[in-house]
Each structure stands twice: as C-alpha cells, then as structure tokens.
Design a protein around this ligand. Structure first.
Ligand code: HSE
Length: 436
C-alpha cells in the first residue's frame, strides 16, 4: 500500500486534535484513502509538556524546518496560527514544493495574495477548510458545490467564542467576562481573544469567503467590523422584549457589480433559524442564483470539530498526490491569473433598520427633541420604549427605526450625543428582518 508522509507544525489544541483523530480513525482513513498516512514529524516550540495524546512514536522537534526540508514529507500541516513565523514557514514549504494544509485564517486574510500566488507558481495545493467555520465545509461548498452559481448573498455566524458568550448572556444572564474565560478554557477562543470579541476573527473568515464567492482579491481592512464588547445585559433584555436575539453576524450582499460586506452585532427575530444557533456553533447561509439558499451548520470551534476539517484537506491533497495531480481545483475558486479586486460598498451607504438606546434625562420635551433630530436626518421611528421615570437622572429610551441610511444615522447620533439632556453615548445595534 502506498504511504504518504505528512508533517505537523504546531501541537496546540487543534494540532493535538489532528494527532488524536489520526490515531482514533487510522484504519477508516486508510480504507477511504487507499493509502497510509504516516505522521512522520511533529514540530512545536514546546515538546515536553504532555498532551492528551501519546506522541512517543513520532519524531518530535522544536525546529519546523526539519519538516519543511524533509524530502520524504509531501504535506505540511501548519497549525501554529498568527502571521509570523507562520507566513515565512508556509512560503518556505511551498518553495520546497510541499502541499500545505492550514487553519490560519488571520494569515490567509492578510497575506493570502502572496501565499496563493506562490502556491500557484509552484503548482502545489493549499487546503484551508479549517480556517473558516470550524468543522463546517464552507470552503468546499463555495469552491466546488456552488461553482456554477452567482452568489447573491452570504450571511451567518462565524465565531464560536462570540456566539458562546452571547448565548450564555441571553439564556443564563451571565456576565461577559466570566463567559469569555469559560470559552478560553474550552479552547474555542483565539490566543488573543480580542480577535473573537472585537469581530476581527469573523472578518478574517469573511475575507476568505468573499474571495472564494466572487473570485476576487479582498482587502481585509475594507470590510466593516464591529465586535460585541459594548453589548450589555440591558440591550439583551430589550432585544427579547422586541422579539429579537442579538448575534454577531457576517453579512454580504451582491448589489449590481459591488458587494456590501459587514460584520456587527445584529438583532434578528427570535424565530429566525440563526437565533437557534447557540453555544460554539456556527451557521452560514449561501444564496446562489441557481441553488437558492444553502444553510450550513456545525461546531465552529473546538479541538475535534476543527481537526475533522483539517483532515478533509489532508485527505483531498493525499488523493491528488495518489493520482499524480495538483491544482485540480483552483486555490481560490478561479484561476489566480484572472483574479481582479472586489468592489466593496462603503458602510456609510448601507441601509438597514436600527435599534437605539439613548441615555437621556427624563424631562418634558426630551423625546420630541431626539425624534426631531432623527426626522431631520430622514430616520423614521418604528417603536419607542421608555420605562423607568427618575426625575433628572438618566433613563434608557429605546427606539427602533424603519430602514435608514448609515450615513444619516451617524450624523443624527453625532448631534444627539452632544445634547445636554443626553448623558452617555447612544447604543446602536442594527436590525435585520429580511435575512432569508
Ligand atoms: N476563535 C475561533 C472561534 C476559533 O471562536 O470561532 C475557530 O476559528
């Protein structure tokens, strides 16, 4: 039986999962592949701390180049994360003619052009299913299953940590910091958890998805990103009262030849499919012009679900090696040589509905003052809630609006937040009633 040697760089949470899965399902994987995968070497800066898997039968090293320069290894699995040294190591592996499997979304979102072009030049494959949505096959769906479709919209939940936090805050009334610590302990969160809670991890994934959906290069910094750190239990309670749930959503819509792409906390109907996507789960809906909606759901983070996605790429690349081919599926869904730049619509031009929570003094005329400014900016109010009444102290006034333009909303809030009857910056959460 043919043997295919692989090398693993990074024995952290996901790397350990990859070793565990290979040990657990070795026979099954061998049968499906018709070849034996040999994990020849593992590199990590720490090879002494015991992991939850036995590693004594593997060659362990602290030098990743022992894998990159090993002539017998044909697939390099990079699971160290971050920009450097991952970028340098990946480029070196590609230059050595190795196929690469990676879960490194930050790297691909920021340096994807350089890495994919290098791989294209060397005619090697890059598998990156685990970089987006944990175990969910979003990459394969976009690159292969929906290859003949114009993608009209994409939306969903792409960060397990943020979803876990919002779920616990909503269902158990827990505090933000405590839940974040729990997510870190469970191994969902990034090494720097601000990437999860400030929306950057979702943006990394969205940049990768957009490039596959539209066959275009995407500048990560052009995607609008807002995280969940300002969401309070009060907002969650008001959302419930209005019939909504708050989720950190990634949303993209094709508008003529441009794409609206944004990531922000979003109120969606509590009856919406996504409202039932809880814990560390992710879900993503892709609407193709021929396919219609394709809804994908699964665990977006965690050791074994992500290891499963890493293995889908290892098996794919190994199958190509066995047939003596590479580059059968273009790295980013269309040939690298014809990739243009995506045209993203500026956030200020976006139109949606809004939730505002004003912290205002409870005095006669306050509501009319605020609604007057909204009216001057073409913002039409749909509902108003004001409950408590404490003379001369701040009370929350909640308003939801009909569709308004972001530029007008920003202008109105700039004026409102300067009023002496307004005690704190207004909380704004966008509402999406028409994601279907
Ligand atoms: N930190 C990420 C998340 C891991 O919470 O979704 C999976 O990419």
């Amino acid at each position: 039986m043919e043997k295919i040697n692989i090398g693993l760089i990074g024995l952290g949470n996901i790397g350990t999962g990859v070793v565990k899965l290979l040990q657990q399902n070795k026979e099954l994987i061998t049968q499906k592949l018709g070849a034996e995968l040999i994990l020849k070497k593992i590199a990590d800066i720490d090879i002494s701390t015991p992991r939850c898997v036995k590693t004594d039968k593997y060659q362990m090293t602290t030098d990743a180049r022992e894998i990159i320069n090993d002539k017998d290894i044909s697939i390099v699995i990079e699971l160290i994360g971050g920009y450097e040294p991952a970028r340098t190591l990946l480029l070196e592996a590609i230059n050595q003619g190795k196929h690469v499997v990676t879960a490194n979304k930050a790297l691909l979102a920021r340096h994807g052009n350089e890495i994919f072009q290098a791989a294209h030049k060397k005619n090697v494959d890059i598998g990156f299913e685990a970089s987006v949505g944990g175990t969910i096959p979003i990459i394969k769906t976009l690159k292969e299953s929906l290859a003949a479709n114009r993608i009209d919209s994409l939306w969903g939940i792409l960060n397990g940590t943020a979803n876990f936090i919002l779920t616990k805050m909503t269902e158990e009334g827990e505090m933000f910091d405590a839940v974040l610590k729990e997510a870190q302990k469970l191994g969902f969160a990034e090494a720097d958890p601000t990437f999860d809670i400030e929306g950057m991890d979702t943006a990394h994934k969205m940049a990768i998805i957009l490039s596959l959906a539209y066959g275009k290069k995407v500048n990560l910094d052009d995607i609008y990103v807002e995280g969940i750190t300002k969401i309070t239990r009060e907002d969650i309670a008001f959302a419930k009262e209005l019939g909504y749930r708050i989720k950190l959503l990634a949303i993209a819509m094709l508008k003529n030849d441009a794409v609206e792409a944004r990531i922000h906390p979003t109120m969606i109907s509590s009856a919406h499919l996504l409202s039932n996507v809880t814990q560390n789960n992710n879900a993503f809906n892709i609407v193709g012009d021929a396919s219609g909606p394709v809804f994908l759901f699964g665990q977006g983070a965690g050791m074994m679900p992500t290891a499963s996605a890493v293995f889908s790429d290892i098996v794919d690349v190994a199958r190509n090696i066995m047939k003596g081919i590479s580059g059968r599926v273009p790295l980013r869904s269309i040939d690298e040589s014809v990739m243009g730049d995506i045209k993203l619509i500026p956030m200020e031009e976006v139109e949606t509905k809004y939730y505002f929570r004003f912290s205002a003094v409870d005095r006669p005329g306050v509501l009319s003052k605020i609604s007057g400014i909204l009216g001057e900016n073409y913002i039409s109010i749909a509902t108003v809630i004001q409950k408590a009444r404490f003379e001369n102290s701040a009370v929350p006034i909640v308003m939801t609006t009909y569709e308004a333009r972001e530029k007008n909303v920003r202008q109105a809030l700039k004026v409102i937040d300067k009023l002496d009857i307004v005690m704190d910056n207004t909380m704004l959460i966008r509402i999406e009633d028409e994601l279907d």
